[in-house]
Write a protein that binds this ligand. Structure first.
Ligand SMILES: *Cc1c(COP(=O)(O)O)cnc(C)c1O
Length: 355
């Protein structure tokens, strides 16, 4: 069975292979390309001059999809190339990353250990047990808990201890870390996504001015930004809606990841220091907290375009797109990247309505 395909990189839906892709084995996990669709009713409701589009990365397929599936193709590619038989990953209680990693492990025949961090305080049983957690159990992951949700380094140390125990038991573990890594392989999935998006835009004769996405670990943001610049699209702004931390912390984080990604693909310096844009007005009360702008975006997306946005990530990113359009009334097309997150809606339950 050919689970790691280098041939997957030979032609990415018509995009010629670039040299760097040969260096990174890639597991076949995502349904690609994802659709690029207009949002005419949202455009009309906002009175926007610019055409609005959504890049449907919620439709990457695996275990309800989302942006992490693109990222996991590169981590799992490396894991399989190393002969790993157990995947370990750490994340928040309602982490979509952890859920899709459990799905990837199941699909590729690896055992999976997930470490769940208590990142959002004062949560109820629904939050702890439904949504992504329910799906991780269904996908057969071994679940561990880590009490301190804001200690990235501690969480990584704890997952390393679990990996060491697996190794001692004769397994070959592969760990996906949470904290900033010198090799953010997952961002390569968004370098590829940038190429995919621009090929679609060209075929649709579309003039993209702005790409708006959620900026959390910054892997998605950095990958898209480096991808666009490496392809020579210098005039497209990438706007990150902060979902995890304030702009003064997020912008330097994005830039650090950008430098790592540039190194991975041999494109040092394609992004300039002042090319990182984040908006933290959409962060509201912090990670996982629903803000008025979150609820507005969630409702507009659902009722105008039939898009299901989650309150932690994708609704905050759409809120950033809405804020950008209202403030700047751009002329060139705005592309909102829907990064998924559907299952956590069920963990929030009626809280999404403020009840
Ligand atoms: C993880 C996640 C993000 C943020 O992506 P990063 O690469 O961590 O910045 C956005 N949306 C959803 C639904 C996610 O699960």
């Amino acid at each position: 069975m050919n689970r790691v395909s280098r041939s997957r990189n030979v032609l990415i839906e018509g995009i010629p292979m670039t040299a760097w892709q040969q260096n990174y084995p890639r597991a076949d996990l995502a349904h690609l390309p994802t659709p690029l669709e207009p949002m005419p009713r949202l455009r009309q409701a906002l009175g926007a001059r610019a055409p609005l589009y959504v890049k449907r990365d919620d439709c990457t397929g695996l275990a309800t999809g989302g942006n992490k599936v693109r990222q996991l193709e590169f981590y799992l590619g490396e894991a399989l190339a190393q002969g790993a038989d157990r995947l370990l990953i750490t994340g928040a209680v309602q982490s979509n990353y952890v859920r899709t990693a459990a799905g990837a492990a199941a699909k590729l025949g690896l055992a999976c250990t997930v470490q769940i961090e208590e990142r959002v305080k004062e949560v109820d049983a629904l939050y702890r047990e439904s949504g992504n957690v329910l799906l991780e159990q269904l996908l057969g992951a071994d679940i561990h808990y880590f009490p301190e949700g804001e200690d990235e380094v501690g969480a990584d140390a704890s997952i390393e201890a679990l990996a060491a125990a697996a190794r001692a038991a004769g397994e070959r573990p592969y760990v996906i870390h949470l904290s900033e890594s010198p090799r953010p392989l997952g961002a390569l999935g968004y370098v590829v996504a940038a190429a995919e998006l621009m090929a679609q835009a060209a075929a649709m004769d579309m003039d993209v001015g702005t790409v708006v996405l959620a900026s959390g670990s910054a892997v998605t943001h950095a990958g898209m930004l480096v991808g666009l610049r490496a392809l020579g699209h210098d005039g497209i702004r990438v706007e990150g809606g902060c979902v995890r931390r304030a702009a003064e912390l997020q912008a330097p984080r994005v830039l650090r990841v950008v430098r790592q990604v540039e190194k991975l693909i041999g494109a040092e310096g394609v992004v300039s220091d002042d090319d990182v844009h984040v908006n933290d007005t959409v962060l509201g009360g912090g990670y996982g907290k629903i803000h008025a702008s979150t609820r507005e975006a969630m409702t507009m997306g659902a009722r105008l375009e039939g898009l299901l946005l989650d309150p932690v990530y994708s609704a905050k990113a759409l809120a950033a797109a809405i804020a950008w359009i209202r403030e700047h009334d751009p002329r060139r097309a705005v592309v909102f990247v829907h990064t998924g997150g559907l299952p956590s809606l069920f963990a929030y339950g009626r809280k999404i309505f403020g009840e």
